[in-house]
Design a binder for this molecule. Sequence first.
Ligand code: KIV
Ligand code: ZN
Length: 389
Amino acid sequence: MNSPNNRIRIFDTSLRDGEQSPGFTMSGAQKIAFAHALAELGVDVIEAGFPNSSPADYSAVQTIARDVRGASIAALARCHEGDIEACARALERAESPRIHVFISSSPLHRQYKLNMSREQVIEHAIMGVTLARKHVDDVEFSAEDAFRTERDFLVELFNAAVATGATTLNVPDTVGYATPDEIRELFRYLRANVQGADGVVFSAHCHNDLGLAVANSLAAIEGGARQVECTINGIGERAGNAALEELVMALKVRQGWYGVDTGITTPKLLDTSRLLSRITGIQVQRNKAIVGLNAFAHESGIHQHGMLKNRDTYEIMHPQDVGWPASQLVLGRHSGRAAVADRLRALGHVLDDAQLDLVIAQAKALTHTQHVVSDADLLRLVAGDHGDT
Ligand code: KIV
Ligand code: ZN
């Protein structure tokens, strides 16, 4: 079997799969601002939209293609002439344009969505890839619902796409049905059986319906995928796509296991996530990995004590690596003596045991009516103001 290299291409589809999901619609100006942020983050490919879906999408893709540098700009098309021609026009001024053509491949989709035979699907795929290649050198072909497609047919379809000039073969788990073991095995099978597999990049596009999108993308990489399609904050159809920040940090933190790298400037992850939240008005949950407010916050006394001795006890990465200024020892109902003493020291107060006991008791009393004890609360308590006038 061919041996793929160790660089994983990050294909961001926040502006296409993400933007087309309920609650995440963006204006043209917002899309352009976000595309610039993605380029600065270091993504390899920005899927900017689906130009033939609306004049607004067309114009956003066109402006991104004209203005954003440093990443390939991709646009999505069905295997329809009108879609592909619209992509070609919208991408005319891109530094490195990619047309991404797709067609459904699974029996369910062939019967109920396309009403096409296997042969007709292959004919459409050949037409789509051939036409896209007339416009650009970089053509991605996706077999929608690939994971639920018969293997012999998937190989036949990918063979046709490679023979007509596709440079990336994308294997979407469109409905988030795969498990990691299965998807790893599917990628190994495709790499061993598709003709010309050595000359193309295999790509994973995992949806999160069972909460497995990141795990499945990592397994796909083990199976030989060298492009992963993902979105900031994991936005996307239904439960979303694989979250870029989680995937990239899993590859970085566990580099020794996966042995691959990405081109992402990870300290920009938090700002990029927050920019998306500001644009869409939708915050990530508190306990979201990497970018949630609790991702580097510790409240329990036992954890805080460990953190004060050696941060590695409860943190597997440095907060600065993903853009946080520092970890946070939050003072709350579960906090212990060590954290309160440490915070007071940082605020310039070294108390004796009795004074410390008193402040801790008063601080705990505050947590009956508030979640956390702030620096201002601590300073008031040290000054003898218990707030109970
Ligand atoms: O989930 C999917 O199958 C897609 C394709 C268009 C790549 O988004
Ligand atoms: Zn998708």
